[in-house]
Design a protein around this ligand. Structure first.
Ligand SMILES: [Zn+2]
Length: 306
C-alpha cells in the first residue's frame, strides 16, 4: 500500500489509524492510508499547532471538549501576571473539566495586578481573597504571628484591593498576555488543507495521485507549512462565522462544478475553508456531484452521498 503523504509503498504494519479531524477536537473519522512516520509528522507540524491556536483553545474550553487524555485544556496559560516585586501574581487553577477551581496569589499584595478575567465581579474576587485568608495562603501574611495583627493587615489589603479595583487601576506596567481570538491563522488553514487532502483521496482513490493539484497539496503537508503564494496555487477562500455560534460539529464537502472539484472544510460549524482540489473531474469515475463526510462519533465511518 502507498502512503498518501510520502507516497512510499510500505507494509501494512507500517500504517496506523489517522484521525482526519484531530482527536483532540473530538475527531472520529479515521483513515488507514497514512504511514506511521507521516502520521507523527502531521501530528507534530499541523494538528498540535492548530490545537494550540488561541481561538481553538478558547472554543475547546468554552465547549468543554476533552482532549485525548480526557482533559479540558485551559483557555489561556496559568500565569497572567506582572512579575514585579510589588505585584500580585494571580494564578487561576483549572480542573480537568475546564472549570476554575481556585486562584492562587503569589508574592505581595501591593502594587499592580492584571485582571485575568474581566467578567469576574469585585465580590467574587473579595470572597476568593477571604478563602485564601482562611487557608493562610496569602504569602505576605504568613510571616505575621499575631492573629489580630494579621487580620487587620488582611483588612487593609482588601480595602486597598477594593479601591484599586473601583478605580480600575489594575493594569500592569508590563504587557498583559493577550488572546487574539479574531485571528484567522495559518494553523486553521493548514489543518483544513490536511482534512481536505485526506478526504479527497478517500473519495477519489489512488487516481488522485495523478492529478496535478494533488502534488501541490501534498507538498504543503510534507513541508508542514504554507508559503506566501498558496492562495494563487490552490485558490483558497476562507471565512468564518461569529465564534459564539461554534459547536462541536465538523464536516467536509466535495462538489463537482462544471468539471472542477471544489472542497469545503467546516470546523466547529464556524471556520470554512474552500479549495479547488481538481480541475478535471472527468478523470474520476464519480457517481455523484456532491459528497459530504461528517465527523460523527459512531463505529463506522459515514460518507453520505446526496
Ligand atoms: Zn508516509
Amino acid at each position: 500500500m502507498k502512503c498518501i503523504i510520502c507516497k512510499n509503498p510500505k507494509d501494512e504494519k507500517d500504517f496506523n489509524e489517522e484521525h482526519v479531524f484531530p482527536d483532540s477536537i473530538g475527531g472520529e473519522y479515521k483513515i488507514h492510508n497514512v504511514c506511521k512516520d507521516c502520521n507523527g509528522h502531521l501530528g507534530k507540524t499541523i494538528d498540535s499547532k492548530f490545537i494550540k491556536t488561541g481561538v481553538i483553545r478558547a472554543i475547546n474550553h468554552d465547549l468543554k471538549i476533552e482532549n485525548k487524555k480526557g482533559k479540558v485544556v485551559p483557555a489561556f496559560p496559568n500565569i497572567v501576571v506582572d512579575p514585579n516585586d510589588n505585584s500580585i501574581r494571580l494564578k487561576p487553577l483549572w480542573d480537568n473539566k475546564g472549570n476554575l477551581k481556585d486562584t492562587e496569589f503569589e508574592t505581595t499584595i501591593k502594587g499592580n495586578i492584571v485582571k485575568y478575567d474581566e467578567t469576574k465581579s469585585l465580590n467574587t474576587i473579595l470572597s476568593e481573597l477571604d478563602i485564601l485568608y482562611k487557608k493562610d495562603r496569602i504569602p505576605v501574611l504568613k510571616c505575621i504571628e499575631d492573629e489580630e495583627e494579621k487580620y487587620n493587615k488582611f483588612l487593609e489589603i482588601k480595602e486597598d484591593f477594593k479601591q484599586k479595583y473601583e478605580k480600575n487601576e489594575f493594569t500592569s506596567s508590563k504587557e498583559p498576555i493577550e488572546q487574539h481570538l479574531e485571528t484567522f491563522g495559518e494553523e486553521i488553514i493548514l489543518e483544513s488543507l490536511k482534512i481536505s487532502y485526506e478526504l479527497t483521496h478517500e473519495i477519489l482513490g489512488e487516481e488522485y495521485f495523478n492529478d496535478p493539484l494533488c502534488e501541490i497539496f501534498r507538498d504543503y503537508l510534507v513541508k508542514g507549512k504554507l508559503d506566501d503564494d498558496f492562495e494563487s496555487k490552490i485558490i483558497f477562500e476562507g471565512f468564518y462565522e461569529p465564534i459564539n455560534n461554534a459547536f462541536n460539529f465538523h464536516h467536509f464537502i466535495l462538489f463537482n462544478i462544471n468539471n472542477t472539484l471544489v472542497s469545503g472544510v467546516t470546523l466547529y460549524n464556524t471556520f470554512v475553508s474552500i479549495f479547488i482540489v481538481s480541475k478535471d473531474a472527468s478523470r474520476y469515475n464519480l457517481k455523484e456531484n456532491k459528497y459530504i463526510i461528517f465527523n460523527e462519533p459512531q463505529d463506522n465511518n459515514n460518507s453520505e452521498m446526496v
